[in-house]
Design a protein around this ligand. Structure first.
Ligand code: AP5
Length: 220
């Protein structure tokens, strides 16, 4: 079974790789950011609470995110595995995840660290566009749509995320360095961390993850 975590700074390509891996492995990509943004869009109580944190680039409080994920990984589509994108984000979330999975007699198979330097992260985030319909991720220079502002796949409008503005991008990278980067050591100590260079063509990185990492950490 593949119970995977995608770890990496904002803009490293977790969402992009998660979508490819979901297609190749047939297990769901679960993005905490996507779930939270959907709650913000539909103005649920959770979304109203989360919005102020997300707009400033801060982490949404642990109890909100942990409860949300405890419910999500119990869904039947996770029976054959899952790809967590954006969770856990700090050591207390990582401890909570271990406890949630233990209750389900499951464990993390491996943690894939997508490694990209800060200058490149800023270039990627400031040009990112996302499809409102199917969620496909584009970049206005590196991976543009054929028609500006229109998704190639489903024809919906593409948009720039509210937190992809310069000041918020900087704040998010700082939060990553302080809160999330320590998870690399955390999972290295558990012998579950595999770093992958996140620079290069998207499909070549997916191939690298599949052949070098996922095969090696598959739990029978
Ligand atoms: P979230 O949505 O998770 O954002 P993030 O972690 O900041 O990551 P991103 O989605 O920005 O980047 P990514 O690594 O997925 O990159 P992508 O593939 O899009 O979280 C948003 C907010 O929600 C947080 O700030 C927080 O407030 C809250 N939140 C979420 N999870 C939480 C948690 N667990 N606890 C508390 N709060 C939480 O790629 C980026 C761009 O680069 C795209 O344009 C793409 O086309 C391009 N690109 C990708 N790969 C390549 C490549 N190889 N070459 C060139 N360009 C590339």
């Amino acid at each position: 079974m593949n119970n995977l975590i995608l770890l990496g700074a904002p803009g490293a390509g977790k969402g992009t790789q998660g979508k490819n891996l979901q297609e190749q492995l047939g297990i769901p990509q679960i993005s905490t950011g996507d779930i939270l943004r959907e709650n913000v869009r539909t103005k649920t109580p959770l979304g109203i609470k989360a919005r102020e944190y997300m707009d400033s680039g801060a982490l949404v409080p642990d109890e909100v995110v942990v409860n949300m994920m405890a419910e999500r990984v119990r869904q039947p589509d996770c029976d054959k595995g899952f790809i967590l994108d954006g969770f856990p984000r700090n050591t207390s979330q990582a401890d909570a995840l271990t406890a949630i999975l233990k209750e389900l007699s499951k464990d993390i198979s491996c943690v894939i660290g997508v490694e990209v330097e800060t200058k490149e992260l800023i270039r990627r985030l400031s040009g990112r566009r996302v499809c409102r319909g199917c969620g496909l991720i584009y970049h206005e220079i590196f991976n543009p749509t054929m028609n500006t502002g229109v998704c190639d796949e489903c024809g919906s409008e593409t948009y720039q995320r509210d937190d992809d503005k310069e000041d918020t991008i900087k704040a998010r990278i700082e939060v990553y360095e302080k809160e999330t980067r320590p998870l690399i050591e955390y999972y290295k100590k558990l012998d579950k961390y595999f770093g992958v260079n996140g620079i290069g063509p998207v499909d070549a990185i997916t191939e690298k993850i599949l052949s070098n990492v996922v095969k090696g950490c598959d739990n029978p």
